[in-house]
Design a protein around this ligand. Structure first.
Ligand SMILES: *Cc1c(COP(=O)(O)O)cnc(C)c1O
Length: 366
């Protein structure tokens, strides 16, 4: 069958391997599998979330509250913004697709860093938009600016992933704001803040506050998610924060009832347990040190990370695909980065026990 032409160069998204698949393919018991591949919270989610889901299970026969008022109110309070500045998506992924749909097409390109979140490119290609990438793997704003200046009229959206998945680096807010001053008001700049809470816990200079952002730059869209620090990856909830002009445009792309009722309840409950999130973030950076030490002791290069994962880059004498495959046979799932053109792996920081197991198995391979 002939499909739309733009499908030809779309490579479908490849998520971290699910535990179920490793059980099936390698016959390892589920309880012995350690998944450090999708940047989930290794401690699960808050008990308050689980209680909210249980308490609301009886209502699943009804469509969700499509105004999403409770969650919007909670987010508005958290960020000191208005409800009209918020759009909720089935994961912030869905908000990315709305953004692409309102600003990119055959004639309007998308500008990203060379190595960044894969979905920007996939959604761009779905609408037939061309993706322009900076020469460096990591975010270098002078490179973004050089490309932008030469091609201003044909660039519809710029994506800054702060911190960047899958590499872990993050830019300082001051640097980002200086950059934004040089961008035309008609170009949408998306600040993907999926890991912002990790970043500013490590270094306050990295904090991009959504309120300050949209007040200064009405052409920006801030993205947040409940999938990482809040431990709600399975519920699919994320949000976008922007000027009313932008959220109104994004709303035109939204399918009806795009977020489930239990997901909405879970997200509201998650926002009420900041202690859980802060504890998770604290563990994260304490454990991150162990990964850095492990890498140094074994002469492996790593990227200084502002997230809940760490990226190891190997020299030519090691092959990342092989390493990821050998670990998989031991029941440890990590993310190979060869599909990004990098001989490296991305490892989600786990619980102390999970990490010890990782170090032990990895050490035995080296
Ligand atoms: C995980 C992630 C998202 C979105 O996750 P959702 O589960 O769709 O909310 C967006 N951007 C980046 C960089 C991510 O790592």
């Amino acid at each position: 069958m002939l499909f739309n032409k733009q499908l030809k160069d779309i490579k479908p998204y490849e998520g971290g391997k699910p535990i179920e698949l490793v059980v099936r393919e390698y016959g390892i018991d589920a309880e012995n599998i350690v998944k450090l591949a999708s940047n989930e919270n290794p401690f699960g989610t808050s008990p308050k979330v689980i209680q909210a889901i249980k308490e609301n299970a009886h209502s699943v026969y009804m469509y969700p509250d499509d105004s999403m008022t409770d969650l919007k109110n909670s987010l508005a309070k958290k960020f000191e913004i208005n409800v009209e500045n918020i759009i909720i998506g089935a994961g912030s992924d869905q908000v990315i697709s709305f953004a692409i749909n309102v600003k990119a097409n055959r004639y309007k390109k998308v500008l990203t860093a060379k190595t960044t979140f894969a979905m920007y490119e996939i959604y761009a290609k779905q609408v037939g938009a061309k993706v322009v990438k900076t020469p460096s793997h990591q975010h270098r704003l002078e490179e973004f600016l050089n490309i932008y200046k030469k091609d201003k009229d044909s660039i519809g959206i710029i994506f800054l992933c702060l911190p960047n998945n899958p590499l872990g680096e993050s830019l300082d807010k001051d640097e980002v704001f200086l950059f934004l001053k040089k961008i035309d008001k008609n170009t949408l700049v998306v600040i993907d803040g999926a890991y912002q809470d990790f970043a500013y816990a490590k270094d306050p200079k990295k904090r991009v506050d959504p309120k300050e952002l949209i007040e200064n730059f009405p052409n920006t869209l801030y993205l947040g998610t409940f999938s990482k620090s809040y431990g709600l990856g399975g519920m699919r909830v994320g949000y976008g924060i922007a000027s009313k002009e932008i959220t109104s445009a994004l709303y035109k792309m939204r399918p009806p009832f795009n977020v489930t009722s239990l997901s909405l309840k879970a997200a509201v409950a998650a926002l009420e347990d900041d202690e859980f999130v802060q504890k998770s973030i604290k563990n994260n950076f304490k454990q991150m040190k162990k990964f850095e030490n492990f890498a140094s002791e074994n002469k492996i290069n790593f990227i200084d990370s502002y997230t809940n994962f760490i990226t190891f880059i190997f020299d030519k004498d090691r092959n990342s695909t092989e390493i990821a495959q050998l670990l998989l046979k031991k029941g440890i799932i990590i993310r190979d980065l060869q599909s990004y053109g990098l001989n490296g792996v991305r490892i989600t920081i786990g619980t102390p026990e999970q990490n010890e197991l990782f170090f032990k198995e990895f050490q035995s391979l080296l």
